[in-house]
Write a protein that binds this ligand. Structure first.
Ligand SMILES: Nc1ncnc2c1ncn2[C@@H]1O[C@H](COP(=O)(O)OP(=O)(O)O)[C@@H](O)[C@H]1O
Ligand SMILES: [Mg+2]
Length: 277
């Protein structure tokens, strides 16, 4: 085995304790500062942090509203306070999905409490959605998925053209990015977007991860749409429209250029039908 040195500033003087997570963009390590404080070190593979750099800055600005404390950031590395406790995803998978969604709505309210933080250097939603408008279909793509994608693309165009009251957005606010600590709920892993507040909890309708049957239950969908639209003070219809648009965007991101089939094809169809109501 080759040991690759971890790229973080020496001045942080960290003692690495253990690896915690390894995902596409980054690895997360549990570590200790010289004074004994436990921290999470998120080390991105690339210096541009896969376009997540604005996210850490937004979390820092959201310090007093429910975000994790960002201690330092430099290059590929972000250092934050270690959070002990289950994620809302764990709470949902442990048998309390209703409670988990209520807590998610609560933390969203807290992040978006007035006064709002400065929107500097955040990525506009129109830039986030750009790849949706250039998507291609394989000859083997089922007609239903193709039709639903075309519909979602036109909804996304409509939503982007009619945004009003743009705000800073976490951009990836779902159950597994919120941790319940003894000090309260703490949000991690922001993208740092800017745009329609109705976007913020739309993507959460695709979560919690690992509970695909629950996410597709009509009563669950209706309950979460009501909960999330009230928390963000936005129209329920617009929130579901954003869910369809983001679900379609995720299908494009997973597609490798040409859409063939996707495990969320049926969820996209469900969001589109809900948006028609
Ligand atoms: N500050 C933290 N304290 C404790 N665990 C953390 C912290 N930050 C991240 N983690 C753990 O690492 C996982 C991945 O980190 P996250 O920032 O959400 O990256 P990803 O983009 O891979 O989802 C989280 O789901 C959580 O389990
Ligand atoms: Mg995450």
């Amino acid at each position: 085995m080759t040991l690759v040195p971890l790229e973080f500033p020496e001045s942080w003087r960290l003692t690495i304790i253990e690896p915690v997570a390894d995902t596409g963009l980054a690895k997360v390590w549990k570590a200790k500062m010289p004074d004994g404080t436990l921290v999470a070190l998120k080390l991105y593979h690339k210096t541009d942090r896969g376009n997540e750099a604005p996210g850490a800055r937004l979390l820092a600005r959201w310090q007093n509203y429910g975000a994790v404390r960002i201690i330092a950031e430099q290059g590929k590395a972000v250092l934050m306070k270690w959070l002990d406790g289950p994620s809302l995803g764990d709470i949902a998978r442990g048998g309390s999905p209703g409670k988990a969604s209520e807590l998610l709505a609560e933390v969203a309210r807290s992040l978006h409490a007035k006064p709002q933080v400065e929107p500097t250097s955040l990525m506009d939603l129109s830039a986030v959605f750009a790849s949706l408008f250039n998507c291609g279909f394989s000859q083997d793509c089922p007609e239903t998925l193709k039709r639903d994608m075309v519909r979602a693309i036109s909804i996304a165009r409509f939503l982007l053209d009619t945004q009003s009251g743009s705000v800073p957005l976490h951009g990836d606010l779902h159950h597994d990015n919120v941790i319940q600590t003894s000090d309260g709920l703490r949000v991690i892993d922001a993208k740092g977007y800017y745009g329609d507040p109705a976007f913020e909890l739309a993507n959460a309708l695709r979560h919690p991860k690992g509970l695909p049957h629950l996410v597709r239950q009509p009563e669950q969908l209706n309950r979460c749409v009501a909960l999330y639209s009230a928390a963000m003070d936005v129209q329920a219809k617009r929130l579901v429209q954003w869910a369809a648009a983001k679900c379609a965007l995720s299908i494009v991101w997973r597609s490798n250029g040409e859409i063939v089939q996707d495990p969320e094809a049926n969820l996209l169809n469900q969001f589109l039908r809900a948006a028609d109501q």
